[in-house]
Write a protein that binds this ligand. Structure first.
Ligand code: FES
Length: 157
């Protein structure tokens, strides 16, 4: 009986470090998500935040921009996807700002179509939804997982 109890304690003691190692540390969990306060972002403005080491854009689109973006026919898109499937709220675009060609960082291109983006490396043009329209990039800018925690707070990741 004594040895059985001792064995039970031994199992409990050795099991704990195992379980502890399987849980990601608080630091790792913190890096996997990024919370963004939307309050300071004015209509038409975009900010860049880092999420898992990737520049991620949070853009507050105006109703005019949304209307222009949503008027683009699928036939003009290389990787057709409705804007409605890329955003949770029409006003807010959240995309990873890394060109899907070779990984350069595109620039906001207000002179272009629908206030989109130009990757000057090789001339890929994205619209204001991050959808590829022209150039060598094959895919739309990636949309990260995100959730609105409130009307003014988004958690990416
Ligand atoms: S990396 Fe963007 S066009 Fe080549």
């Amino acid at each position: 009986m004594f040895s059985a109890a001792a064995a039970g304690v031994g199992v409990a003691v050795t099991a704990w470090p195992f379980i502890d190692q399987m849980n990601p540390s608080a630091a790792t969990q913190a890096l996997s998500t990024t919370e963004v306060d939307l309050t300071p972002i004015t209509p038409g403005q975009q900010i860049t935040v880092m999420w898992q080491g990737k520049p991620t854009w949070v853009r507050r689109r105006t109703p005019e921009e949304v209307a222009q973006i949503r008027a683009i026919p699928n036939s003009e898109l290389k990787d057709p996807q409705p804007d409605q499937e890329r955003v949770q709220k029409a006003e807010w675009l959240v995309v990873i700002g890394i060109c899907t060609h070779l990984g350069c960082i595109p620039n906001r291109d207000n002179s272009g179509e629908q206030g989109g983006y130009l990757c000057a490396c090789h001339g890929s043009v994205y619209d204001g939804s991050g959808r590829i329209m022209r150039g060598p990039a094959p895919l739309n800018l990636a949309v990260p997982p995100y959730a609105f925690l409130s009307d003014t707070l988004v958690r990416i990741g």
